[in-house]
Design a protein around this ligand. Structure first.
Ligand SMILES: *Cc1c(COP(=O)(O)O)cnc(C)c1O
Length: 230
């Protein structure tokens, strides 16, 4: 699996390059391991990465169980099915893709059982594409206020996906909008610090725009061959 070592060091040096170029620090690299086998995760772990992300509850649950002896911070980044939250909360340090009131209620309920405060990010659909999850800007304040009612929830940031385009100006516009929302709302919600944005194709734009959490899959693990589903 030499290709993983090569891929990882390449993406790490590029991240470093852009971080220096744009005068940024404290950017977390999250390795998106969805669809990839346990052996790949172990390999990346051995090179020092501690943060991994999955987008399906069952897959997260199985991988977290198999790797329970490693010191991994798990991130959940997929579409949330409310009835599967019980599999996510026990293992996830962060849940990035929260945007419905009923998800927040259920996360809080399960987090209580495990005596933990669940860190979540609120997903925004900045570009307005219909296929994407997330709330629009106008609903953000309401959802933040709603979240404040739950003792076992801590909203630590905002997450978004770039629109499906090669046009870097459009992508940058979306990322800057998310950053501006974070800057504005963190005055009233001081825990709102993180910006989860940037994937293999647009991480450089995300770094420039203030991302604190990059979600990188294929640049580390290679092409995903089987269906990702929801
Ligand atoms: C798959 C996925 C990623 C990683 O995408 P790559 O293009 O492989 O880097 C990031 N974020 C989310 C929400 C994903 O589903």
């Amino acid at each position: 699996m030499d290709f993983i070592k090569k891929n990882l060091s390449e993406i790490q040096s590029k991240i470093k390059f852009y971080a220096e170029k744009y005068n940024r620090n404290n950017i977390l690299l999250i390795a998106v391991s969805k669809t990839f086998p346990i052996e790949y995760i172990k390999e990346v772990y051995n090179y020092g990465i501690r943060d991994f992300a999955e987008n399906k509850a069952q897959e997260l649950r199985i991988k977290a169980q198999e790797l329970k002896d490693l010191d991994i911070n798990w991130h959940f980044i997929g579409r949330i099915q409310t009835n599967k939250i019980k599999y996510i909360v026990p293992v996830a340090k962060y849940i990035h893709s929260v945007y419905r009131e009923k998800e927040i209620q259920e996360i809080d309920r399960i987090a209580k059982k495990y005596n933990k405060t669940q860190k979540i990010l609120i997903e925004l659909n900045v570009s307005g594409e219909e296929t994407k999850g997330g709330i629009t800007e106008k609903d953000l304040k309401n959802l933040l206020d709603f979240s404040m009612n739950f003792e076992n929830i801590e909203v630590v940031g905002l997450m978004t996906m770039a629109p499906y385009t090669d046009n870097e100006d459009i992508i940058k516009n979306v990322f800057i909008k998310l950053k501006n929302l974070r800057d504005e709302y963190s005055k009233y919600y001081p825990n709102l610090k993180e910006l989860s944005m940037g994937m293999s194709n647009d991480y450089h734009i995300a770094i420039e725009s203030g991302s604190t959490m990059l979600r990188i899959g294929s640049s580390i693990f290679g092409k995903r061959y089987y269906k990702e589903g929801e």
